[in-house]
Design a protein around this ligand. Sequence first.
Ligand code: XUL
Ligand code: CO
Length: 443
Amino acid sequence: MAITLGAKEFFPDVSQIQFEGPESDNPLAFRYYNPSQVVAGKTMAEHFKFAVCYWHSFCGEGNDPFGPGTFKFPWMSESDPIARAKLKMDAAFEFITKLGINYYCFHDVDMVDEAPTHKEFQKRLATMVEYAKQKQAESGVKLLWGTANLFSNPRYMNGASTNPDFNVVARAGAQLKDALDATMALDGENYVFWGGREGYMSLLNTDMKMERENLGRFLQMARDYARGQGFKGTFFIEPKPMEPSKHQYDYDAATVIGFIREFGLENDFKINLETNHATLAGHTMEHEIEVAGAAGMLGSIDANRGDYQNAWDTDQFPYNINETVEIMMSFLRHGGLQGGGVNFDAKARRNSTDFIDRFYAHIGGMDTFARALLIAADINENSPIPGMRAERYSTFASGHGLKFHNGEMSLAELAKLGSDNAEPAQISGRQELYENIVNRYIK
Ligand code: XUL
Ligand code: CO
């Protein structure tokens, strides 16, 4: 069947978004994101590998628990599911290309509507994978990661791989295999597991040990299958503490690192951290980056932000410079992302009803990250902070401290030093001075 690519222009009022510098007053331009600019040894494009997510930008219509969607997508009037999915993909690739973004991410069911049977959905997905292959080749846009949506369909209400019914686990396996195949067919660079319902609502009816073990088996099977098919990319687990489950097994970075090691997944899996998931877990995003980075598992980022007054996953676009500077300081400290990129898992607000709002949202998010990168690199290269941090730990740089840190000291030796030495002098942590320096560099 012949495929007509990009026949219609969906956003004729928007041309290619360009870098125009901080003084520009053009709302459809970048002020800080200059893809070819080298910062801390890499271009901005290489540091970030920004990605547009299909689900928020091209599927979510803005419904919330109190009302239906407010967005009117131009392809919705098309009644045939494949024709509708192709129009949506045309619009998506035009949008991604006009933003100068090189990557996208999807769930299987974002590509095309679910079908009455699994076999029928397989056919639909295969058609859309072929179409996406051509759109990628035509535009140069690449797939950062694919994933299976194993949480929306009512069959997954008690979990997917952690479901108490093996029949549902098997159904999830069918969907997982197809999503892996789709990701590999599109040269996806990574594959993500976010388990929204891989947790529990009540411990009264839950065998947690069995469910966690089954989740581990499911991930091992995914790895073994994809590696057997020649997949070279990285698998990511995306932590989130709750929502939709009361408690999710992939609670936060520290929990996921333990899980990865417990189930022997450490050679193939890293972590995809999401800002609003970090804050739901009672952490900052920079805390999560430090935890993943220290374990060598800082793989990818789902960029968004929460709301300080609302304790749910609001998925707003990044906007806060101070917070993003701290994120980028941790990011640079750990040498950036391993395999992944910065995916905008973020949605325009329900009352931001025009498509242009999605352009503004991505431009703002990209500029927030770019500006924060510039500031963080400046702090690293020119401010007193790296020196102050090194000085703070200088007793471990040589002598007894180094011996202790390297594991070359017994407790008896440590205790003798502690007992023989005079009471340690009080040393200030100087937190307020650090904060003042960061603010001074936010220009
Ligand atoms: C949900 C979430 C997901 C994952 C992919 O909170 O972040 O969109 O990123 O399943
Ligand atoms: Co996410």
